[in-house]
Design a protein. Structure first.
Length: 149
């Protein structure tokens, strides 16, 4: 039995092997150890005691605040705007009460309640600039909610 030699066809797209340079990229040496990167802080292993929670709440309230100092007139205007925005937001929340909400609407309700709570806390410590901003956010989101009902 004779070996069969296949005829070679001339391929115009092929390049002779000797025309290609031999490339050897120089890579930096691989580090001996890899570091892990945390995307979130580590979780506590044990539950915190109730006294520890109370202590952190007290620290939170006693922490110094950096807020722009408002004149008495600016403070009165901010207080009025805060109360107006809170009133609108709460009225809009009431209009959604008892209705079947989709997931996005329920998320909006949760955010609105959070902004209202935070605005009231800021108002309680007379941080009217912050209270006004939070109340306005609650108002805008509540208007978006009523528009989607």
């Amino acid at each position: 039995m004779k070996p069969v030699i296949e005829p070679q066809t001339a391929d115009t797209t092929s390049v002779p092997d000797d025309a290609l340079p031999e490339l050897r990229p120089e890579l930096p040496p691989f580090p001996g150890h890899l570091m892990t990167v945390r995307t979130a802080p580590p979780r506590p292993h044990a539950s915190t005691s109730p006294s520890a929670v109370v202590g952190t709440e007290a620290e939170k309230l006693e922490a110094p605040m950096i807020a722009p100092e408002l004149t008495p007139q600016e403070s009165a205007v901010a207080q009025q705007q805060t109360n107006q925005s809170l009133g609108i937001a709460e009225k809009n929340l009431e209009s959604a009460r008892g209705k079947n909400l989709n997931a996005a609407q329920a998320d909006l309700v949760s955010k609105i309640r959070g902004f209202i709570k935070d605005a009231r806390e800021a108002a309680q410590i007379t941080d009217w600039s912050r209270a006004r901003g939070l109340a306005k956010k609650a108002q805008v989101l509540s208007e978006e909610l009523t528009g989607s009902l």
